[in-house]
Design a protein around this ligand. Sequence first.
Ligand SMILES: Nc1nc2c(ncn2[C@@H]2O[C@H](COP(=O)(O)OP(=O)(O)OP(=O)(O)O)[C@@H](O)[C@H]2O)c(=O)[nH]1
Ligand SMILES: [Mg+2]
Ligand SMILES: [Zn+2]
Length: 360
Amino acid sequence: MQGLVLKSTGKWYNVELDGGQIVKATIRGKLRIEGLKTTNPIAAGDWVEIEFDDRTGKNNFTSPEIETIEDNSKATKKAKAKKAKRNKERLQSEEEQNELEVEVNYCIKSIVPRKNYIVRKSTNLSKQMQILAANVDHAYLVVTLKSPVTQIAFIDRFLVSAESFRIPTSILFNKVDLFGEDEHLLLEGLTAIYSKIGYACHPISAQNEEDVLFLREEINGKQVMISGNSGVGKTTLVNSLDPSFSLRTGEISSVHEQGKHTTTFAEMHQLQTGGYIIDTPGIRAFGVIDLEKDHIAHYFPEMRALIGACKFHNCKHLNEPQCAVKKAVEEEEISASRYQSYLQLMQEDQSDPYRRNDFV
Ligand SMILES: Nc1nc2c(ncn2[C@@H]2O[C@H](COP(=O)(O)OP(=O)(O)OP(=O)(O)O)[C@@H](O)[C@H]2O)c(=O)[nH]1
Ligand SMILES: [Mg+2]
Ligand SMILES: [Zn+2]
């Protein structure tokens, strides 16, 4: 039978079966996965083939053996050992301790081919990939201009990634109730930039149910994900969308004006008004997965629109003469901050393990 993965702890999975029953499942035996090697082979939003298996049961988790097809190098083995160690450490986390006494009596046999997924690259030296969510119809990026401040570069890196995975995205500017004059001006500027490119922008106060009513309609019938830095109000928003939820939210640290990574695992919630929303843990830095330099401009829709207009067909829009993109930047048709983000991605050396230009 098939089930829909609501939550992945890395150790077990909450899976919704036909008819709405939610069961816990683990991976037994070998799970062969095609494509990317990631830290989490199965993500919230995945459809899986699942079977009842009473050999599992209380506290009887087997370490899943994940095999990425065509990748069995020494480096992979090392990475596996490291991962096993990390998983063990993670077990100590409060959340898993609380949930250890669970019955897990289903096992996952395979993943149903995905419509799409969104991946970020870890910004530490390991450079491992993490699937944030699978089968995403729409992404909502929550941005705050205060408590905490979301970096423009972070916004652009997320959008480039979403474009590369072909996931339509809207921007929710949250915590407008905290805005002073400066933030209102900034909001106006950013809304002008991003809505011109085609990204819907909505100023909201996630605590205010009225402010997010429009989202219930947008989400109905879809499977959407919500992302952004820690503390921007993602979980608060999910709670406002469905008053029957009381998901845990966290204070902002008063010293650093940053969130405290309250949500630790991505989890998909079904809204009473229809549709599924995947609440994800706050991302500190968004490592964009290796993109061909020649393709990066395609993931900036305002640059994509100018393809063919430069003198050279293989123009990289850096220093080439008669470049339509640079002309558009000079004429302020393309925003300087977006072009800056483009330059940063072009200059990034994907292979340099000591690269330090990910944004915190
Ligand atoms: N003033 C104000 N505070 C908000 C708003 N939305 C959320 N908050 C507060 O911001 C803090 C962080 O909210 P969370 O919903 O936990 O943030 P999150 O994005 O889920 O954070 P992580 O789970 O750590 O990624 C909480 O104290 C919320 O009450 C808002 O619109 N206005
Ligand atoms: Mg949260
Ligand atoms: Zn050009």
